[in-house]
Design a protein around this ligand. Structure first.
Ligand code: JHZ
Length: 412
């Protein structure tokens, strides 16, 4: 087998967690002109290290390829996510007593969905964001952005310019980092003495228990348990002092960290969650073997259902050109023969085609005119928000459904 060394501890990683075949990067949406060319596909194999228990993709491509300048994911597309960011801002301002003397740094600040709150409140902040499409959207909101990938080197440069932070925020970025040790060391460097770090990431145990295999794509290099995040942080001179379980993205963790020598007490939540993970079997290989069979079942059930709809002469389309939708469709080998269109609100996506499946992306207004019999909602994490917006269509008979973790229909 292809030899892989753990991104964190360097041990040889031989255990396959899941193998989803070969597919293009999930965010590589295609312009019409590109349809004449073949797409680059890479194996999507994920392994688990039996030393530090980091679940990780096998690298076949250069990370930079996944975050090109026309990166099409804009955090502000979801009102659920905007509300989550506002709620975080209010809690963080109180808990960390932030004011006009503080400095907040957000890593992967995307389109300014979070930092706009700090700007409005007069709390100095800076976003670090590599993709120019989202960074310029943030700039329009008055959010200052340093356009780059975050690294230890950048942390040193910014610290030397006096940019050490009282609060560092990183939402849905830790999984996207190929060199997780360098990134975490960077956090330690740029954190002011006595400052706090909060990091949110999709929680590996929810991913496995909820059969969320579609959230696996090349752009996500790591899949994280609490145990492993603590291990990685400790090796970089950081100490985790609190943790919260969140419902976002199918189940996430928000981890609170500080410098190792910070005097803060460790919350009871930390040992409680570590004990829960021990009982779940976070340090046992067989706990990681559950995902592949459930992924296969989801694929078979979806294909059977789409074929039944077709045979019955009914129409079916997809909604939400989410990255996770691309993993599902490409793993199941679904193309426009079974799903002729996907509708989305993001202007950055329509007119383009989904990578791999090549399904055309249409503006959501068109859905109201097309009135299909069935709509497969690809971003199941925001299915409720989406169904609420389409209550009239649902009342008029269109059936909205999701495929992960199993076929589920929505009613209003
Ligand atoms: P959504 C993202 O995953 C991407 P994705 C990223 N790689 C990551 O790590 C995770 O989140 C955590 C559209 N939409 O949020 C907008 C509508 O059309 O599940 C998006 O294209 N109408 C950073 O890509 C997609 O759905 C709507 O009303 O799987 C949302 O995808 C709403 C609310 C959204 O993310």
């Amino acid at each position: 087998m292809f030899d892989v060394h753990c991104r964190h501890c360097g041990a040889s990683v031989q255990n396959i967690f899941v193998d989803l075949g070969s597919m293009p990067p999930a965010n590589a949406y295609l312009e019409e002109a590109a349809l004449a060319n073949a797409e680059k596909r890479y194996p999507l194999q994920v392994r688990v290290c039996d030393k530090c228990w980091l679940v990780q993709t096998v690298d076949y491509a250069d990370a930079k390829e996944f975050f090109e300048c026309d990166y099409a994911y804009f955090s502000s597309a979801s009102s659920t996510w905007i509300a989550h960011a506002k709620d975080y801002f209010e809690k963080a301002r109180k808990r960390f007593q932030l004011n006009s003397e503080s400095f907040v740094l957000e890593i992967a600040s995307n389109d300014g969905y979070l930092l706009q709150n700090f700007v409005r409140a007069g709390i100095p902040c800076l976003g670090v964001e590599p993709t120019s499409s989202t960074a310029s959207a943030a700039a329009k909101l008055g959010v200052p952005v340093h356009q780059d990938f975050f690294s230890e080197k950048l942390a040193v440069e910014l610290s030397e310019k006096g940019k050490q932070a009282d609060l560092i925020v990183g939402n849905n970025v830790l999984a996207h980092v190929p060199n997780i040790n360098d990134f975490t060391r960077g956090l330690r460097v740029i954190l002011k003495k006595g400052g706090a770090i909060t990091i949110e990431f999709q929680y590996l145990l929810r991913l496995i228990d909820g059969s969320q295999f579609d959230t696996i794509y090349h752009e996500h290099f790591s899949y994280l348990s609490f145990f492993t995040v603590i291990t990685i942080f400790e090796s970089s001179g950081l100490r985790v002092w609190d943790v919260e379980e969140l419902s976002t993205h199918g189940g996430s963790l928000r981890v609170f960290a500080c410098h190792t020598d910070d005097s803060r007490d460790i919350s009871l939540n930390v040992n409680r969650l570590l004990a829960k993970e021990r009982d779940w079997g976070v340090q046992t290989l067989k706990s990681y073997a559950k995902l592949q069979p459930t992924a296969e079942k989801i694929k078979e059930d979806l294909l059977r259902f789409l074929n039944e709809i077709k045979m019955a002469g009914k129409s079916v389309v997809a909604y939400g050109a989410a990255a996770k939708g691309n993993t599902l469709l490409n793993y199941a080998g679904i193309t426009k023969e079974l799903l002729p269109a996907v509708y989305d609100t993001a202007a950055s996506k329509y007119g383009k085609y989904l990578p791999g499946s090549r399904i055309p992306i249409l503006p959501q207004e068109q859905l109201l005119l097309d009135k299909p019999d069935f709509v497969l909602v690809l971003p199941w994490n925001i299915a409720e928000e989406i169904c609420n917006q389409h209550s009239e269509l649902i009342k008029s008979g269109t059936k909205f459904f999701t495929a992960v973790p199993e076929l589920q229909f929505y009613e209003i």
